[in-house]
Design a protein around this ligand. Structure first.
Ligand code: COA
Length: 376
């Protein structure tokens, strides 16, 4: 028996390659730093193309969404939707399609009161959306605008001419971000877009393996991502940085947490035995932002690494992606309650790709349990 399926291979994938010993990560053959630089739409183009996912182009959606809350084209810091995306021509059409789909999805959102848990709000928005349950663009757009609507004041409407990241940040804040900030969020969304058979992606593939629809697979994945051992970690990482306060207090704080039997959030990973390569990418991006708490985060990470090495010799517990996610999103002025919902707004792209791959190559996923209860 292998309770956590650790190291069990249950699928072949053409999407993301992870070397947990060397700390290397590549998506469809491109190193994670290149994917981060290219942005979310390019990452979606590469992953969806590799998985054989088909998307409806922007023109049909443009026509449908005309007049629904659109603020007109070309108002963003990055100008009109370009005919060509620097990374891929497919990325340009995904950008256009996502822009139009944001407008449609925004108009269809139910009330998402702040009293709801953010991930519950995303599930509510997706489950009640009138969108086609097999439409990857509409599903991706729905999660993005639901994350923004739940966190923000809905004082602006989506601008379909903008890149997805820039528009989400604008909707979240109710004001246009600077080009540097828009690029930083885009880089984050692209960095975390896919990561092998993590729990939520596996959940999506399990649902897809039964022949269910894409929307249901994404709903299953959202439930898995919500947990604190998966996508729910970055908020608590920020709580930890707040609690530590000053770099010199980090070692004592970490020791006290471990002595109390608590886990250090943002540390440890099922696959990586070295520092998560995404942490370096996000840390570099965070360091470009004026408000970032990179120096404090470095001190806490160093203290946590030293203490965990002493407490769990041989386990090699290092910083994971959530550690620097917290630092980066905090530097963008995003409330910590939105960290997991923004993660979902990106990872949905990977779920869509995996569902496509599962449908093409997979079988019904149905393992067995060893019975240990009373015998008849
Ligand atoms: N703080 C303290 N101890 C930790 C730890 C952490 N962050 N991560 C792992 N450990 C310890 C466990 O307590 C366990 O000790 P034990 O063998 O004495 O019980 C041992 O290391 C192995 O942990 P285990 O939970 O079996 O490893 P895993 O592969 O299932 O864990 C995580 C992976 C991510 C769930 C785990 O490292 C964790 O809980 N991290 C904190 C949450 C987090 O940052 N999640 C985001 C992941 S991207």
């Amino acid at each position: 028996m292998n309770a956590g399926l650790e190291d069990v291979v249950v699928a072949e994938t053409r999407l993301t390659e992870i070397d947990g010993e060397a700390g290397r990560l590549a998506m469809v053959g491109r190193p994670v730093a290149e994917v981060a630089e290219a942005g979310l739409e390019a990452a979606a183009a590469w992953l969806w193309e590799a998985a054989g996912v088909e998307v409806e182009q922007g023109e049909g959606r443009d026509a449908r969404s005309q007049g629904i809350g659109s603020q007109g084209a070309g108002r963003g810091s990055q100008g009109d939707a370009p005919a060509e995306h620097p990374a891929s021509p497919h990325a340009a059409s995904i950008r256009r399609a996502l822009g139009a789909a944001r407008v449609e999805a925004w108009a269809a959102l139910p009330p998402l009161p702040r009293s709801l848990d953010g991930m519950d709000a995303l599930m509510l928005a997706l489950a009640t959306s009138p969108c086609d349950r097999e439409d990857p663009i509409a599903i991706t757009a729905t999660l993005g605008v639901a994350a923004a609507a739940w966190a923000g004041r809905r004082s602006l409407d989506p601008d379909p001419s903008l890149p997805h990241a820039e528009d989400l940040l604008r909707l979240l804040r109710g004001a246009s971000p600077s080009p540097l900030e828009a690029r930083a969020l885009d880089s984050y969304l692209a960095t975390v877009v896919d990561h092998g058979l993590n729990a939520s992606t596996f959940a999506a593939r399990v649902v897809a393996s039964t022949g269910s629809d894409l929307r249901s697979a994404v709903l299953g994945a959202l439930g898995a991502l919500k947990g604190p051992l998966h996508g729910g970690a970055p908020g608590p990482v920020l709580d930890m940085l707040d609690a530590v306060g000053r770099p010199e207090q980090a070692p004592a704080w970490v020791e006290a947490e471990l002595a109390a039997g608590h886990r250090i959030m943002g540390m440890g990973h099922r696959v990586y035995r070295v520092r998560d390569p995404r942490a370096a990418v996000l840390e570099r991006t965070a360091a470009t932002l004026p408000r970032s708490r990179v120096p404090l985060a470095r001190a806490v990470e160093a203290a946590a690494e030293a203490a965990l090495t002493a407490h769990k010799p041989g386990r090699r517990i290092r910083a994971n992606v959530e550690f620097q996610t917290a630092v980066l999103l905090d530097a963008l002025g995003i409330d910590r309650r939105s960290f997991t919902t923004l993660f979902a707004a990106s990872r949905v792209v990977g779920w869509v790709a995996h569902v496509g791959e599962q449908r093409r190559t997979g079988r019904l996923i149905r393992p067995r349990a060893r019975y240990v209860g009373p015998r008849a």
